[in-house]
Ligand binder design. Structure first.
Ligand code: CO
Length: 171
């Protein structure tokens, strides 16, 4: 599984709602979790690996040695949110870019698990809430760089252009 890098057009397409729950979906989620650890991420959305589904995986510890926070969310939807806060974010699809993004501090998310059962995830820690929002954005084809203030956008502009040049050179 390879993580697509900006500006790969697949990233903008986001994901379709998941309708089939079975071994194939579980296998995809397992492979995404492996890819997330391999790349050193704390979250990964299916469109980032070229799979156009509303599927995301996360682990706030980012560590294989602490998998207690590992989650797989299908068709996630934010149903409650509270508070706003800026903090630094990065993205596996935007190597070398870190920027301040304003996000909700607390969330409740409704989602389906890998069996297609309705679940809710309460995010009372800002870090977890931030990861979930970042990954849900990917499912809609939205990037963290879309949410920057004008000043932050300007600050990362050169780096974005660099990624665009590298993409063109690979194509
Ligand atoms: Co990302």
């Amino acid at each position: 599984m390879e993580v697509l890098i900006y500006p790969d057009p697949v990233l903008r397409r986001g994901g379709q709602p998941i309708t089939e729950f079975g071994p194939a979906l579980r296998e995809t989620a397992d492979r995404m979790i492996e890819a997330m650890y391999e790349e050193g991420g704390v979250g990964l959305a299916a469109p980032q690996v070229g799979i156009e589904l509303k599927l995301l995986v996360l682990n706030p510890s980012g560590s294989k040695d602490d998998r207690s926070g590992e989650r797989v969310l299908c068709n996630p939807k934010i149903v409650r949110k509270k508070g706003r806060e800026f903090d630094e974010e990065g993205c596996l699809s935007f190597p070398g870019i870190q920027a301040e993004v304003e996000r909700w501090v607390e969330l409740t998310v409704a989602y389906l698990d890998l069996d297609g059962k309705e679940q809710t995830l309460k995010c009372e820690e800002a870090w977890l809430a931030r990861i979930v929002q970042h990954e849900i954005d990917h499912l809609e084809g939205v990037f963290f760089t879309d949410r920057l203030t004008a000043a932050e956008k300007l600050r990362v502009k050169a780096k974005l252009l660099e990624l665009e040049d590298e993409y063109k050179a690979r194509a």
